[in-house]
Ligand binder design. Sequence first.
Ligand code: ADP
Length: 307
Amino acid sequence: MAPVIEIRNLCKYYRVGKEVIKAVDGVDLLVPNGCIFGLIGPNGAGKSTLIHLLMGIILPNSGSGEVLGYDIVKESIEIRKRVGFMPEGIGFYTDLTAEQNLRAVADLIGLEDKDKRVEECLRTVGLWNFKKLKYKEMSTGMKQRLGLAQALLKDPQLLILDEPTAGIDPQGAREFRDLVKELYKEGKTIFISTHLLYEIGPILTHIAIMNKGRITVQGGIDDIKEKLLSTQGYTYEIEIREVKQEIKEKLSSIDTVKEVIMEPSKILVRCSEPSSSELMSALIGEEIYSFRLLRPSLEDVFRAYTR
Ligand code: ADP
């Protein structure tokens, strides 16, 4: 199936006095259909600018791209009609209730079947029982869920959520994650930007890491971790009954072994390539409790690609 987002060499520069800020600096991005895609990067990386370019809210200096097959410059109206967008720091009328606010958005976008859709979306985000609560009386988590509800009104195939968990407490972030996971299971593609990896990280299937206007790595999470393993090396953790010098020497003599670190009850072996069978052969006769390849975490990936 065609990707939902595809952009090529996209650039957006701002001139501030004599300085040129390269907010988005030659970005290529491919977001496949049916994934939870995280655009991850520190504050100021260019994430919001990139999202505004995707939504056709601002125009690029150069480069091109399509969202749901529509050109981000010439057909941005079609994009805005079809994509469920939740901007960063979305606000609603403070004196209106959750239901009244959603109805106002539904009116604005000329939704048919307004009553039914408003109810469905409030139920989806778990706010139906709070429909009479005024916006100003809601918790930050509830406000963000109302933001998601307005993005869902059109029943879009693609959702773009800009920093949706900013300011939410851990419980609220967990509820938000569960909601996004449910929407993904229903077949929607969800594109989320965040600088808080730990809040959204666990549910992502794909990521792009953005830093200083550029994307340093992108793709499926498992593929990226595999790539990191092959560039940074493979570290094995071996828990063993007796950690002795003789074992260190045996392991160090293997061609692919770069370093052997001895700890009280385990050995860490850093190798240039996968070496489990060679390591196991060298350990024949030893009492081994566990043997595993240490896989990089998402934090390791983030650290490696935001340097
Ligand atoms: P992020 O969303 O990752 O925090 P932004 O896209 O908001 O990053 O900002 C990227 C860079 O572009 C920052 O240095 C920011 O100050 C700058 N920037 C964003 N919008 C404007 C603008 N309208 N005028 C000038 N500079 C801007």
